[in-house]
Ligand binder design. Sequence first.
Ligand code: FES
Length: 106
Amino acid sequence: MKRISDHPILGPLPEAREVWITVDGERLQAREGEPILAALLAHGIHVQNISRKKKAPRGLFCGIGRCTGCVMTVDGVPNVRTCVTPVRDGMVIETQEGLGKWGDRK
Ligand code: FES
């Protein structure tokens, strides 16, 4: 897992409860409250959605909730900005195709 455990300026990573999320059917461990995107990057997942027109992989761009590069379907809700949405235990996260579609809420 790729995480900065002791940042030279920010210091050590604060304590957080370890929780489980499901990403495209795979259960992954995450830190409660961290942005979903941070958890995905820690696991080496860099593609969050596939663009509608060019069918190209998209992911992190701004990292502050402005660009929609990181949108995914979360608990059946499409177009969730994963860079600013905190992890909760049991979340179901899916790579989004195009504009996404509403699914079953868990
Ligand atoms: S990376 Fe730009 S909104 Fe998330």
